[in-house]
Design a protein around this ligand. Structure first.
Ligand code: MTE
Ligand code: MO
Length: 413
């Protein structure tokens, strides 16, 4: 081990001891430090829980509600606190939520899913029936195409990593491949589109190309091993890996095989991308390659020069993350950050890189590349190409400025 590292470790041990002293309150100095016996070892602990919840000391780790539509209940979004998490899976209770008209209270015994239109045999399924089909489990991110939209703003938003990028989460999804049900219904092989409709008050609906439906689309019933949470589509949702979250229709009640896209309100008035030249892109499905450093990030303060661990997430709807580079000098030099296994297609991928901060003003950025060769663009380049009329599909590089006093802030650099 190099001697500077050894010195650092020795010092951090002393620091840990010191922080123990700080929290010891009225207790005798050092009472919490081994070999002394802390109070929680002196009597038996709490009993068992029917359903576990996080430590009360983590109660500040919550979804953040911003930009909910005023005067409505349940129209808006709640974002995953990315800066407080590590690893690649999002706890179900912190998965982001985006709903257009609230979370319906659906009785799973009464819910039905209809498959009709250009099929030989229209079918109607109960949830119990769906649970008898062969299932697959896959780890995938889900991202709202409105994620990172604050980067379209002319000035850097004063928001945390979760507040800017927390409309992405990653779960293990388990459900029935949609292809099985379409084949059972005797789908017309030449039929190009499927309308998917949700059972919420918004009846949120999208047109789905047949090729995706027959490829990796699934009807998800389980999320991270348990049944879907109500806010994430209980009792059944459509899940389209890698595609804009809006397409993954929650509370799915109807799939109609149709000869042309339906042009629903959710794919005409919304979820189109107004470009700088005034034209609008429609049907922009795969989510582009993106990454963000979650630690250190906006709102954190580094406590002096020394060794830190940069940690972040990268993902791409186009495939698998092949490379993430990190800069601490605003982009003059880049270093490849090791990707933490497992690196899965269309899933959050964790990168980590040790960083020795010299105490001077620095700018941290990450740049992801996927296995199709797509590279995350600098914000300047992205705005030059797309303008800033749009709301959706912003995958520009995110920069965090570290000031000499250790404060980390969102910057454009
Ligand atoms: N029925 C229905 N499906 C829906 C929505 C909705 O409001 N109603 N919101 C969509 C949007 S915009 C997104 S980004 C994802 C969000 O999924 P989540 O809330 O599970 O994160 O669901 C999509 N499916
Ligand atoms: Mo969305």
């Amino acid at each position: 081990m190099d001697p500077s590292k050894r010195r650092f470790l020795k010092r951090s041990v002393v620091l840990l001891g010191a922080s123990g002293l700080v929290t010891s309150g009225s207790k005798e100095v050092g009472a919490f430090e081994p070999p002394d016996v802390p109070p929680w070892m002196k009597s038996p602990g709490a009993g068992f829980n029917e359903y576990g919840v996080p430590s009360k000391h983590e109660s500040k780790v919550t979804r953040t509600l911003i930009r909910s539509q005023p005067g409505t209940t349940g129209s808006g979004a709640a974002r995953t606190p990315l800066e407080a998490l590590d690893g690649t899976l999002t706890p179900s209770g912190l998965h982001f939520e985006r709903s257009h008209s609230g979370v319906p209270d659906i009785d799973p015994d009464k819910h039905r899913l209809l498959i009709h239109g250009m099929v030989k045999r229209p079918l109607i399924f109960t949830i119990d029936a769906l649970l008898r089909y062969p299932m697959v489990s896959r780890i995938h991110f889900l991202e709202c195409s409105g994620n990172s939209q604050f980067l379209y703003q002319p000035t850097p938003p004063s928001l945390t990593a979760g507040q800017t990028h927390g409309l992405v989460s990653c779960s293990e999804w388990t459900g029935v491949p949609l292809r099985l049900l379409l084949e059972e219904a005797g789908v017309d092989p030449g039929a190009p589109w499927i309308l998917a409709e949700g059972a919420d008050a918004a009846a949120m609906s999208r047109s789905v190309p047949m090729a995706k439906a027959m490829d990796d689309a699934m009807l998800a019933l389980f999320q991270n091993g348990e049944r879907l949470r109500p806010e994430n589509g209980y009792p059944v949702r459509l899940f389209l890996p890698g595609w804009e979250g809006n397409m993954s229709v929650k509370w799915l009640r109807r799939l109609k095989v149709v000869p042309a896209p339906i042009m629903t309100k959710d794919e005409t008035s919304r979820y189109t991308d107004l470009q700088a030249d005034g034209r609008s892109l429609m049907f922009t499905y795969p989510m582009e390659v993106k990454s963000v450093i979650t630690r250190p990030s906006h709102g954190m303060t580094l406590k002096g020069a020394g060794l830190y661990q940069i940690s972040g997430i990268a993902w791409s709807g186009g495939g698998t993350i092949s490379r993430v580079e990190v800069t601490s000098d605003g982009g003059r030099t880049w270093t490849a950050a090791p990707l933490s296994p497992l690196v899965l297609p269309r899933a959050l991928t964790r990168f980590r890189l040790p960083w020795r901060w010299d105490g001077s003003a620095s700018v941290l950025k990450s740049r992801a590349t996927d296995d199709t060769g797509a590279v995350q663009p600098e914000r300047d380049r992205f705005i030059a190409d797309h303008g800033n009329n749009a709301i959706f599909h912003c995958n520009a590089i995110q920069a965090w400025g570290v000031a000499a006093n250790g404060e980390v802030k969102h910057v454009y650099a």
